[in-house]
Design a protein around this ligand. Sequence first.
Ligand code: NAI
Ligand code: MG
Length: 490
Amino acid sequence: MPTQNPPLRLNFSTRWQYAPAPETAKVEIKPSYDLFIGGKFSPSTEGKTFETVNPATEKPLSQVASATHKDVDRAVKSARNAYDKVWSKMPAKERGKYVYRIARMIQERARELSIIESMDGGKAIRESRDVDIPLVAAHFFYYAGWADKLEYAFPGRAPRALGVCGQIIPWNFPLLMAAWKIAPAIACGNTVVLKPAETTPLTSLKLAEIIQDCDLPPGVVNIITGAGDTGAAIVNHPGIDKIAFTGSTDVGKRIMSAIAGTNKKYTLELGGKAANVIFDDATIDQAVEGIINGIFFNQGHVCCAGSRLLVQESIHDKVIAKLQDRMQTLIVGDPLDKNTDIGAINSKMQLEKINGYLSLAGDEGANVWQTDCELPAKGFFCRPTLFLNCAQSHRVVQEEIFGPVLAVQTFRTPEEAVEKANNTPYGLSGGVWTDKGSKIFKITNAMRAGVVWANTYNKFDPTSPFGGYKESGVGREGGLHGLAAYLRVD
Ligand code: NAI
Ligand code: MG
């Protein structure tokens, strides 16, 4: 038998040092922000506020109004008024022009929005600048185009708007999730009350300013800030026709039981624990890039992250050696630096949750491996991490962690890969890496997930529907499916 050479290892002790290259544009963040209701900013009725911080520095950025039940009621009434008196009566062609205008204004202010997104949420500027904000504009452009073509999208089915939509979004893609929610809703003729997450309200409030600058009729889009209580008040308000939620499965379940027995429609986009499956016939270097992108994009704060690596046993050692070498090159640090690959963890709470799983992985019997990069002294950061030798029953394999940590398992046959891939409560996404087209068809069909990427990962487009099976949620966003979710089509 030929003797196998051990995998070639690179030496990182003489790693390149990069000079800092911070993004420099000046942005305006006001010391405080009010609620955007009926086209105007107004304080919370009880004057309550909360602080949003920069997770990379732990410094406060702004003081933001916390909406009470009364404020939610004001926002819903303003949305209803705008729906009844203006938006539902406006010719669809005119409605579309407003949505286009928002898209163009977002493009014009893309740099400012990218910087604020990175400051408020911690994601690397490269991602907010090259992924998040361009996709935000793309979503508004895409749905603007549908506004006056709904009869062609659903021929013979007399599509009609739903009315007032309550929309609650998370902190991992703050402005992108606002776009996923607002663009299709208003293009279809609905009006909305949107609540951003409490750690990342600033880009939604900037969007409110853009909406004001666009002269959108007052009340068509209302943006109110606050924590879970504010979200629950939106969910329970009788004046809401539809709830669109993206966030944790726990809260998704609570929302579902709160609206059971009402006429409210809903879409829920919840957690995930995607398997990224690497077969022995895959192009390994390309697959390693896909693994990196799958789990380390946005610090792993991605519901469709490839957070489980399933690698065919025969290539396990080679893939892990190459993956560890590549991970050693990842730069963790200042989100505003253009060299940074992995920014700050979104909040202290999230970092504590990830750290909890780091110690759990060891207790469960996995080998915890981390890169030896330096972490900034201040701020919430986490080293890129592998959990090696995981078993299917480990909690780090079954539960969504939402951090730059990857659980690694092996498999021998395609059947075993599928069995393991599907064996979690989630079903949002997945990845397959192989040279064989037939294997791609076989495995992608067998994986019970809303999106499965083949020989790539984390590719998004407004035309493509996105959503989950099982505990990953109900309904689809994006594309025609996402349009139908904001219409009555009978
Ligand atoms: P979360 O689900 O509590 O927060 C998401 C949004 O829901 C926020 O705007 C929040 O204010 C709102 N909310 C909270 N309680 C609510 C309620 N009872 N009714 C209505 N709205 C409510 O998520 P959290 O606690 O920030 O993160 C915890 C874990 O959830 C993360 O570690 C991650 O595993 C998962 N998560 C998943 C996301 C996804 O995109 N699938 C996004 C954010 C978190
Ligand atoms: Mg913040």
